[in-house]
Design a binder for this molecule. Structure first.
Ligand code: SF4
Length: 364
């Protein structure tokens, strides 16, 4: 398959690994921000192939996992309203909230439907004029432009039964928040490829400038990730942190201006609640004033019970890179993909699900 097979070439992978082994001397700790990278690293066994002085940590880049329980509880409360259809991506349906889940709400009679895009949700609204259709908008800068496009279409076509619960988040502020917490010492960050295709690489410049930490944007195939690690090792060994791109076929420094403009026309930056971290200023996307008629929180009066976290679940510290799933007492015991206790075991990009499916006993 074009743009896949050539990025899995074993001979090229071996050459990159040889370079990394030759050049990497310092004790090095790298964080892959994105859950998609964690999955690829585990799936292709890259952790085992790296020199022992390179430690990999997983970060908070799984949109389902970082959705706060309080926000999920709002979605569940919306699904219990009469004449409402709640639409969301599949993984979100199974995530346990404080007291229930969207799946449970559906079993109890709520109209909860899985969609693959905001456009699907808009089509559901068109096909159900007697109902209010709410899209639970999660995800980072990758997803937000498509949601903005659906809202603009709803506005143009006067579709007046379509609403958004915007739980969208943006990446650079959470990276800054994690670095400011100071809980994990990092030498380099593997920056997310899909997000960077939209925002470009420039927004990460504060990381080398202010924190002296190396950065490189990576794609999701093994060669992309190995090239990215090779770049990070070179920066770290030379003590010259910068922002590089190891994913030139998808990312440039300025980003996708058309997508950014689309996003900006509908959303403005606001505070967001992150699981494990709490409210992070200017890290979310809220509907602009002119789009408040699509705002599900404005349209519907919901009062969810106070949020609480599942007992024993350490998703919060896993998302901050402080713990690994192996440190959770429930991992592989009472918490499995069939019976998930926390979101990191539900999402296909969640750290716990990744360790469960692909990890060995040492988390490699
Ligand atoms: Fe939470 Fe389950 Fe992961 Fe433990 S294994 S942190 S309970 S999701």
């Amino acid at each position: 398959m074009k743009f896949v097979e050539e990025f899995r070439d074993p001979e090229l992978a071996k050459r990159l690994l040889d370079r990394i082994h030759r050049h990497s001397r310092k004790q090095t700790r790298l964080m892959e921000f994105c859950g998609g990278h964690t999955v690829s690293i585990f799936k292709h066994g890259l952790r085992q192939l790296l020199p022992p002085n390179i430690e990999m940590l997983s970060g908070p880049g799984c949109p389902v996992c970082v959705t706060a329980s309080a926000d999920l509880d709002k979605a569940i409360a919306l699904s219990r309203l009469p004449d409402v259809i709640v639409t969301s991506f599949g993984d979100m349906i199974r995530v346990p909230g404080s007291h229930s889940s969207l799946q449970q709400a559906k079993a109890e009679g709520g109209d909860v439907r899985i969609v693959y895009s905001a456009q699907d949700a808009l089509n559901t609204a068109c096909g159900n004029p007697g109902k209010s259709v709410i899209f639970i908008g999660i995800g980072f800068e990758t997803t937000a432009p498509t949601v903005a496009a659906a809202l603009l279409q709803a506005e143009q076509e006067s579709i007046n039964n379509f609403y958004l619960l915007s739980l969208h988040k943006v990446c650079p502020p959470i990276m800054k928040a994690i670095l400011d917490l100071g809980e994990v010492r990092l030498n380099g960050i593997i920056c997310p490829g899909h997000v960077s295709a939209i925002i470009g690489s420039y927004p990460y410049q504060f990381i080398p400038d202010n924190y002296n930490i190396a950065c490189a944007v990576s794609g999701f195939e093994p060669l992309d990730i190995l090239l990215c690690i090779d770049m990070l090792v070179s920066q770290i060994e030379a003590e010259k942190p910068s922002v590089e791109i190891a994913y030139r076929r998808g990312v440039n420094s300025e980003g996708n201006q058309a997508a950014l403009k689309l996003m900006d026309s509908v959303f403005e930056i606001g505070d967001a609640d992150w699981r494990g971290i709490g409210i992070v200023p200017a890290s979310g996307l809220k509907l602009r004033k002119g789009y408040q008629r699509f705002n599900a929180e404005v349209k519907f009066d919901i009062k969810p019970e106070p949020a609480r976290e599942a007992r024993g679940c350490i998703c919060d510290s896993i998302l901050r890179g402080v713990s690994t799933p192996l440190e959770c007492k429930l991992f592989r015991k009472s918490c499995t993909p069939d019976h998930p206790v926390g979101p990191c075991m539900v999402s296909s990009e969640g750290g716990c699900a990744t360790y469960y499916h692909y990890g060995d006993a040492n988390g490699r």
